[in-house]
Ligand binder design. Structure first.
Ligand code: 6XA
Ligand code: ZN
Length: 343
C-alpha cells in the first residue's frame, strides 16, 4: 500500500498541553510519525510519497473562512501581544453567554473558535495543518485513480475539527475535506468510518444534515470520555441526513470481540448505503496500553480488523487520527494496513 507523507507535518511541535491541571508535553507529538514511518519501512508496506502542495484547496469547502483566517494569523497576533506561552483558550461562549457575537479581542476569539483547552498552537501549526490536509487529498486521489487502499500519514489529526472550531489536537478536518473532494470528483456516496477511540464530533457536525456522506463512529461513551458533548447513539442525523449518522458508544474496558461486533454492524450499514468510497479515520488509541483511552485492543487485533475492512470490498483511504502509545503506534497502524493488504 502507498503512504503519503511530508515532513512539513512536523512543523507542529507545541510545548504545552493542559492535562490534569498541568502543562505537559503534548501526547500528539512528532515522534508518532517517525515511529510509524520506521515501521512502514521495516515491514516493507510500500512506497512513501510526498503529496502535491495545494495551498488552501479543499479547506474552504468545509471550513468557515473567518475561522481559517483566525488560525492563519493566530500565532503572529499572539506574539504581537507579547505573551510568554502558547495560545490556550481560557473562556468560551458557554451555555449562559452569547454565542452569536465574535469578539474583537484575541483571547475572546480564541475561545470562540476552540472547543477544548488541551490543544495549544505553535508557530508551525497552520502550515502543518495544511500539509496534513494535502496528505489526505493525495491519498484520496490515489484511491480514486487506482482503487485499492492508500494511507495518508496525516498530522495534526482532523476528526474533532468542526466547521469553525479546533480542539482535540485537530485544526482542519482531513477526513471531511477528503470526502468532499471525492464528492466533487463525482463519487456519489462516500462513507466515513471513524475507528478512533474518541467520537469524531467534527466530522459528524459537518455532515449531519447530508445524505451523500454517511458517518459511522465507534468510540468511548461520551458520558465518560472526551469529547463528552457529542457521540450518543440517539444522534442519527437531521433533515435529509436522518439515518446517515451512526454512533456506537461503547463502555470503558470494551474488548476486541465486542468492538468487532460494532465494526461488523457499521460495515453492513455502509454497504447497505451503497458507498463507493470508504474513508477510515484511523486512530489506534483503542489499543490497551494507550495512555489516554480505555479500550483493550491488542496489536494483533489491528491486523484482524484491517482484513475485515478489506472484505468490505471498497476503495479505501486510511487517514491517521489518534494513538499515543508511541512505542507501539507503528506496529498498530501498519498492522491495520497490512491486514487490509493481506485480507
Ligand atoms: C484531551 C483528549 C483529546 C483526545 C484527542 C484524540 N484530554 N482524539 O485522540 O481522537
Ligand atoms: Zn482519539
Amino acid at each position: 500500500m502507498l503512504t503519503f507523507h511530508t515532513a512539513d507535518t512536523q512543523l507542529r511541535h507545541p510545548r504545552s498541553e493542559l492535562h490534569g491541571g498541568q502543562l505537559v508535553t503534548p501526547f500528539e507529538c512528532p515522534e508518532r510519525v517517525e515511529i510509524i514511518l520506521a515501521r512502514i519501512h521495516a515491514a516493507a508496506l510500500g512506497e512513501v510519497r510526498e503529496p502535491e502542495r495545494r495551498g488552501l484547496d479543499g479547506v474552504l469547502e468545509i471550513h468557515d473562512s473567518a475561522y481559517v483566517e483566525f488560525l492563519e494569523t493566530l500565532w503572529e497576533n499572539w506574539q504581537a501581544e507579547g505573551h510568554g506561552g502558547e495560545p490556550i483558550p481560557s473562556i468560551w461562549p458557554a451555555r449562559t453567554l452569547r454565542g452569536d457575537r465574535i469578539p474583537e479581542n484575541l483571547e475572546g476569539r480564541l475561545g470562540y473558535y476552540a472547543l477544548a483547552a488541551e490543544t495549544s498552537v505553535c508557530a508551525g501549526t497552520f502550515r502543518a495543518a495544511l500539509a496534513s490536509k494535502d496528505i489526505a487529498l493525495a491519498a484520496t486521489d490515489q484511491v480514486l485513480a487506482h482503487g485499492g487502499g492508500a494511507f495518508g500519514l496525516c498530522r495534526p489529526p482532523g476528526h474533532h475539527a468542526a466547521r469553525d472550531q479546533f480542539g482535540g489536537y485537530c485544526f482542519f478536518n482531513n477526513a471531511a475535506i477528503a470526502a468532499q473532494h471525492a464528492r466533487d470528483q463525482g463519487v456519489a456516496r462516500v462513507a466515513i468510518l471513524d475507528v478512533d477511540f474518541h467520537h469524531g464530533n467534527g466530522t459528524q457536525e459537518i455532515f449531519y444534515d447530508r445524505d451523500d456522506v454517511l458517518f459511522a463512529s465507534i468510540h468511548g461513551d461520551p458520558a465518560l470520555e472526551f469529547p463528552y458533548y457529542l457521540g450518543y447513539a440517539d444522534e442519527t442525523g437531521s433533515g435529509r441526513g436522518e439515518g446517515f449518522t451512526l454512533n456506537y458508544p461503547l463502555a470503558p474496558g470494551t474488548d476486541y470481540p465486542r468492538w468487532r461486533q460494532a465494526l461488523e454492524d457499521a460495515l453492513a450499514r455502509i454497504q447497505a448505503f451503497g458507498a463507493e468510497l470508504l474513508i477510515v479515520s484511523l486512530g489506534v488509541d483503542t489499543f490497551a496500553q494507550d495512555p489516554i483511552s480505555s479500550f483493550t485492543l491488542a496489536s494483533e487485533d489491528f491486523s484482524d480488523y484491517g482484513g475485515l475492512l478489506k472484505r468490505a470490498g471498497l476503495p479505501t483511504v486510511f487517514l491517521l487520527e489518534g494513538g499515543y502509545a508511541v512505542e507501539e503506534i507503528g506496529v498498530n497502524v501498519v498492522n491495520v494496513l497490512s491486514g487490509f493488504d493481506a485480507g
